[in-house]
Design a protein around this ligand. Structure first.
Ligand code: NAP
Length: 279
């Protein structure tokens, strides 16, 4: 019988996950289908009960339910519990187990450009939900130092205090960080600045980025934010948010099927979906 997979979110119409996962199910000849469901906050518990009753194979959770889902699951892996957010659920013989593949997905994508982060000095720009997942994942992987710069600097300090993995970190304002950018080997932009409608804005002045640095922006629409364009002009290497999106999906697919899928195929598929939609 065909297995059901799903993604729950509000809104959900924009999600590229259904096309990406349905293509993989057909490519690997797995008799399964992945559907998007628009679920409001108040309906989340009922939606999870429904999926459980239907014997779903697994599902993704997207904004705004990544934290709210946790009480409705039977088990949550350590990293997701520490991050406080689940984006992937596996139905293991009736037991719903939650994982976070966002931070690990970023790391897998990063490895294409920087095979090891050991000994690297990292600056994370932003202290929201995505930054939290990336910060905890990199801290667990033992980056030498991970500083955080955020418009609301208290949120950056809060993230550092909350991190259960030992790493050396300081919190900075965006101006402070921009003055010291030459210190960093890896700079990861996680704010919403650069995404539509803020495509002509920068989170901070990039003049002091060093040429040898790798500069990542987790935004993928537009594919090259102004932040990445300016870093590239300085001579730095750049990476956009497509890899993070593709690898979070690849890791979810692997948890559901045991197959680590062809990430290049997934990337092509996502780029096709973005065709004509990029700002
Ligand atoms: P979030 O929790 O709402 O965090 C937003 C962050 O942006 C905060 O650090 C916030 O600073 C900062 N910010 C917002 N407006 C700003 C402004 N005008 N000036 C300076 N900083 C500003 O959002 P999120 O879930 O972390 O998502 C952040 C971005 O990551 C989004 O663009 C999202 O599309 C992208 N993302 C990509 C992937 C992927 O797979 N590639 C996955 C997840 C998210 P304050 O704390 O001061 O408000």
């Amino acid at each position: 019988m065909k297995k059901l997979f799903a993604v729950l979110g509000d809104p959900i119409g924009h999600s590229m996950s259904p096309i990406m996962h349905n293509d993989l199910f057909s490519y690997y000849q797995i008799d399964a289908h992945y559907l998007p469901f628009h679920v409001k906050n108040d309906d989340l518990e009922d939606a999870v009960k429904g999926l459980r009753a239907l014997g779903v194979g697994g599902f993704n959770i997207t904004v705004p339910h990544k934290s709210a889902i946790i009480p409705f699951l039977d088990e949550v892996e350590e990293l997701a519990l520490n991050i406080g957010a689940v984006n992937t659920v596996v139905n293991d013989g009736g037991k719903l187990i939650g994982y976070n593949t966002d931070g690990p997905g970023f790391l897998r994508g990063l490895e294409l450009y920087m095979p090891s982060i050991e000994g690297k000095k990292v600056l994370l720009i932003g202290a929201g939900g995505a930054a939290r997942g990336i910060y905890f994942t990199l801290a667990k992987e033992k980056a030498l130092a991970i500083d955080i710069a955020n418009r609301t600097v208290e949120k950056a300090s809060g993230l550092i205090e909350a991190c259960p993995y030992s790493t050396s970190s300081s919190a900075y304002t965006l101006d402070e960080a921009s003055r010291n950018l030459e210190e960093y080997d890896l700079i990861i932009q996680t704010t919403t600045i650069g995404m539509s409608p803020k495509i002509a804005e920068l989170p901070l002045n990039v003049t002091n980025i060093k040429k040898q640095a790798l500069v990542c922006d987790i935004i993928y629409n537009p594919l090259e934010t102004l932040f990445l364009q300016e870093a590239k002009e300085i001579g730095a290497s750049i990476q956009n948010g497509i890899d993070m999106f593709v690898f979070q999906g690849a890791l979810a697919f692997e948890k559901w099927t045991g197959i680590f899928p062809d990430a290049e195929r997934m990337r092509e598929n996502v780029l096709n979906q973005l065709g004509g939609k990029t700002c």
